[in-house]
Design a protein. Structure first.
Length: 218
C-alpha cells in the first residue's frame, strides 16, 4: 500500500502529490502501534465477526505501517525523475508505464527490500506486543507474545516457559536488524562501504584502547 501510494504521489506530482503527502504526514505523526490498537478495536465490532483475529491483526498492522514506505517510495521516485535517462526516455516518447516499470520501479523495490528486511524485526515485535496485550492471535495458534502471557502464570515453577520464547523473539528481531544492515551495506558503493567499515573498525580499536587504559589505571 505504501509503495503504491508513495510512488503514485511522486510520479504524478502537483496537487495530488500535495494531498497524498499531507495524508502521509498525518499518518506518520501518530505512533504506529497506537494506530494498530485503534484499528483492532474497530475490527472487534459485530460487523467484523467473520474475520479471524489473525487477519484483523495483519490488516491493522498493514494500515499502521504503510506511511514510512509511502514517504520513502515517493522520495526515490522524485529523485529518479531528475535523472538524465528519464529525460531521454521522454524524448523518445516512451509511455509512462514503460518509464516507471523499467527505470523507476527497480530502484524503489531495491530500497524497499532493504528497509523491509530491517523493519521486519519491529513488525514481529509489534505482533508479539499485541498478542501479549490480548489483542493479537488467540490460542491455540502458536505465537511468542501469547507464549509469554501463558508462561507468566508458571514463571516461578518453570521459568523456561518465559525465557525460551523471549530469547527466540530477541534472536529473530536482532537477526532481521543485522540482515537489514547487511543489505544496506550492499546497496552502498564499494568506496563508501569501505570507508564505513574502516571508520567502524577504527572506532572499535579506539574503544578497546580506552578500555585497556582504564583497566591499567585501576
Amino acid at each position: 500500500i505504501g509503495v503504491v501510494i508513495g510512488s503514485f504521489a511522486g510520479y504524478v506530482g502537483g496537487r495530488t502529490e500535495l494531498v497524498l503527502i499531507s495524508i502521509i504526514d498525518i499518518a506518520l505523526a501518530l505512533p504506529s502501534l497506537i494506530i494498530a490498537l485503534a484499528l483492532i478495536g474497530v475490527f472487534s465490532g459485530t460487523a467484523w465477526v467473520w474475520m479471524s483475529d489473525y487477519w484483523k491483526m495483519i490488516i491493522a498492522l498493514t494500515l499502521a505501517w504503510w506511511a514510512n514506505y509511502a514517504r520513502m517510495s515517493r522520495a526515490v521516485v522524485v529523485a529518479e525523475l531528475q535523472q538524465p535517462y528519464i529525460e531521454a526516455a521522454r524524448v523518445m516518447v516512451a509511455s509512462h508505464m514503460w518509464i516507471f516499470t523499467r527505470h523507476i520501479l527497480p530502484h524503489v523495490l531495491g530500497l524497499v527490500v532493504v528497509y523491509a528486511s530491517a523493519d521486519a524485526g519491529a513488525l514481529i515485535l509489534a505482533i508479539a506486543t499485541l498478542s501479549f496485550l490480548g489483542l493479537g492471535v488467540a490460542p491455540p495458534t502458536p505465537e511468542w507474545g501469547q507464549m509469554l502471557v501463558d508462561g507468566m502464570s508458571y514463571i516461578e515453577d518453570s521459568p523456561r516457559l518465559v525465557i525460551i520464547p523471549g530469547l527466540a523473539l530477541t534472536a529473530v528481531v536482532v537477526s532481521f536488524n543485522l540482515l537489514g544492515e547487511a543489505f544496506a551495506l550492499q546497496k552502498v558503493p564499494k568506496a563508501v562501504r569501505g570507508g564505513l567499515l574502516r571508520r567502524k573498525k577504527a572506532a572499535r580499536t579506539a574503544e578497546e584502547i580506552a578500555r585497556a587504559a582504564t583497566e591499567a589505571k585501576a
